[in-house]
Design a protein around this ligand. Structure first.
Ligand code: SF4
Length: 165
């Protein structure tokens, strides 16, 4: 993981003003099928921190109580949380727009069969910018394309991209 604070302190940051709350962004856990060197939460397959079921169950209630229009799911790879699909179903049943910050390679992971169809069926919006996954091992050293990910897959060459994290 890169030390990013020295880079940020050199940058003038604009003033921030709070407006009406519309989006609830939730980090479901630090587990990820990748371990990108740029990941700002240091997610990896070895991380075990995941949102507990009681907290997860609060999410639809918070969406309803606050009248929020968007649920933005991130991680890690949020799809690896065992409650991911039920949460998506619950939010969509409430008419909430759901964003999945997806690293795309998760679609090829064992155990994630049917994920693409599920996301499409629920009309989930995908935000995908897999910053390191498009690099060959020779360039990245630490991140790699999934063995079953087609070499021709259209990975965005976004060096700052973060999908789940
Ligand atoms: S895919 Fe995203 S969450 Fe996973 S390690 Fe890479 S940057 Fe972090």
């Amino acid at each position: 993981m890169h030390d990013t604070l020295p880079l940020l302190t050199k940058t003038p940051f604009p003033a921030i003003r709070r407006t009406r709350l519309d989006t609830l962004q939730v980090n479901l856990g630090y587990k990820c099928n990748q371990s990108c060197v740029h990941c700002h939460v240091n997610a990896s397959p070895n991380r075990t921190e995941m949102m507990d079921p009681d907290t997860l169950a609060l999410i639809p209630r918070v969406l309803a109580a606050r009248g929020l229009g968007t649920l933005d799911l991130t991680g890690g790879a949020p799809e690896l949380h065992p409650g991911f699909r039920d949460l998506v179903r619950a939010a969509r049943a409430q008419g909430v727009r759901v964003i999945d910050r997806c690293n795309l390679s998760i679609l090829f992971e064992p155990g994630q069969e049917g994920l693409a169809e599920f996301l499409a069926g629920q009309r989930v919006e995908i935000v995908a910018a897999s910053g390191s996954a498009q690099l060959t091992p020779a360039r990245s050293g630490r991140s790699r394309r999934h063995p079953r990910q087609p070499a021709s897959a259209a990975w965005s060459p976004d060096p700052d991209g973060e999908s789940g994290g």
